[in-house]
Design a protein around this ligand. Structure first.
Ligand code: HEM
Length: 434
């Protein structure tokens, strides 16, 4: 249909695009999810320009590297301890417990909101929002994504059910942006607000206050959950799968924690520099379980200046990065389906995974430092106190799960069963005395 599409399969070529990042950091227009439902207010679908820079500034100030992210370590540790406790009480609900963990951290950081134990209204709201986004943005589902003029048809015309659906979904998108934001405003008015991305933004001088500034702050905040929840859950869920499939990795990581941290306390962020193998497990998870197998599509702002890998890239071309392929390239990662943290250690580690899995250019994932911190905390604490093993079937035979991922923008390991038990009496009391 006249649309140029560039599929990038190699990390070297992605680096070429990265070097000219400003020209390749637009997003294609999605008619259903973006224009009709309104997700184009969220960072992920926002066109390249000053508004995007405003959003990214909120992120880097609050969850950027070094000081910003370090200031959130106590919160991340506290929420992870709650996760351990929930897991020991109900280990059968791993996926739900991980959602609660990621959701609680993000809602607290974004809005200063403390999620309730059990069902929580804001966690439910934002989870619903993420589901709606996946449905609306799924390629090949809505004809209007191919024939944009369909959006101008009147709603009463037969065959235009997508317009009514878009109107309903738009309400969800707006409610998700407005309701938790209004919560922070009301807490600030009462003088009881916790520091958060939104409260920091509202305290900024700039917040006196162009309507555009406030609009962008509100939608940048909504993008935290949109970008951060499913991605983190996918990696942490994959961790439990990897520990069942590669028990020798689990033993080695536990031995490192036992030697460095001991058995009398849980690992903290202060231990992180002394746990190279555990850190390599995180890196290997980011490689082995491609959270965003095809990244998020970029678009070219202008015609390419010269050629990239011999190709002229026209203005408007859509660029899809096959991150899965890059992360499983046997030249960069020999025996790519093996979960092998060692490949990231020693004097000659294999290719830097983080320069691939978080995308490229001016759209590179702005939540990567939060992702790293959340995953470290979850896996280091879980390894310290739990043994993660295969579940048994009704005859007592261990069930070996298959490593298969869902086919979606954010990809998860398909559901699997496992057994999670405290490693010892001491481990049990460490979890429950919290
Ligand atoms: C393991 C965890 C994560 C992975 C693998 C991941 C990966 C990615 C990738 C591949 C992109 C697209 C980059 C591009 O367009 O080239 C992206 C974008 C994004 N991520 Fe993440 N992400 C993770 C966690 C997070 C977290 C925790 C947050 C928020 C706190 C977050 C927020 C975002 C946002 C808002 C965007 C859109 C950025 C833009 O369009 O400018 N991500 N992420």
């Amino acid at each position: 249909m006249g649309q140029s599409l560039v599929i990038v399969n190699s990390a070297d070529i992605m680096d070429e695009f990265d070097k000219q990042g400003a020209n390749y950091s637009d997003r294609p227009v999605l008619q259903m999810a973006g224009e009709l439902v309104g997700f184009n207010n969220g960072m992920g679908l926002l066109r390249y320009g000053p508004r995007l820079r405003a959003y990214r500034k909120h992120f880097s100030r609050f969850v950027g590297p070094n000081k910003p992210i370090q200031s959130h370590q106590p919160l991340i540790e506290e929420e992870t301890r709650k996760f351990l406790r929930r897991t020991v009480e109900n280990s059968g609900d791993l996926s739900h417990n991980l959602r609660k963990l990621a959701g609680s951290i993000i809602l607290n950081l974004t809005y200063g909101y403390k999620a309730e134990d059990g069902q929580d209204k804001f966690v439910d709201l934002v989870e619903h929002h993420n589901k709606v986004f996946s449905l609306a943005a799924k390629p090949g589902v809505f004809l209007v994504d191919v024939l944009p003029w369909l959006k101008y048809l009147p709603e009463w015309l037969p065959g235009t059910g997508f317009l009514k659906l878009a109107r309903e979904w738009r309400k969800t998108a707006e409610e998700t942006a407005n309701t938790p934001y209004a919560y922070t405003e009301s807490q600030m008015a009462a003088g009881t607000a916790l520091t958060s991305l939104v409260s920091t933004g509202l305290e900024d001088d700039e917040a006196n206050h162009s309507p555009e500034y406030l609009r962008d702050l509100k939608w940048a905040a909504a993008s935290m959950y949109g970008g951060g929840a499913d991605t983190t859950v996918s990696i942490e869920y994959a961790f439990f799968l990897a520990m069942i499939l590669f028990p020798e990795v689990q033993k080695k990581a536990q031995a490192e924690i036992d030697a460095v941290v001991g058995n009398d306390r849980l690992p903290t962020f202060a231990d992180m520099p002394h746990l190279p193998y555990v850190n390599a497990v995180t890196t290997e998870l980011l490689r082995w379980n491609s959270v965003a197998p095809l990244g998020v599509p970029h678009a070219a702002v202008e015609d390419s200046d010269g050629h990239i890998n011999g190709y002229f890239i026209p203005k408007g071309a859509v660029i899809v990065t096959n991150l899965w392929n890059m992360l499983h390239d046997p030249e960069s990662y020999p025996d790519p389906f093996k979960f092998d943290p060692e490949r990231h250690l020693g004097p000659n580690p294999q290719r830097d995974v983080r320069k691939i899995c978080f995308g490229f250019g001016r759209r590179i994932c702005p939540g990567m430092h939060l992702a790293d911190a959340s995953v470290y905390s979850c896996i280091a604490m879980s390894l310290a106190v739990f043994n993660i093993e295969k579940a048994l079937d009704s005859h007592g035979v261990p069930i070996t799960p298959v490593h298969e991922n869902t086919n979606s923008l954010i990809s998860f390991p398909k559901p699997f069963e496992c057994t999670i038990k405290p490693r010892s009496e001491k481990a049990y009391s460490l979890i429950t005395e919290l």
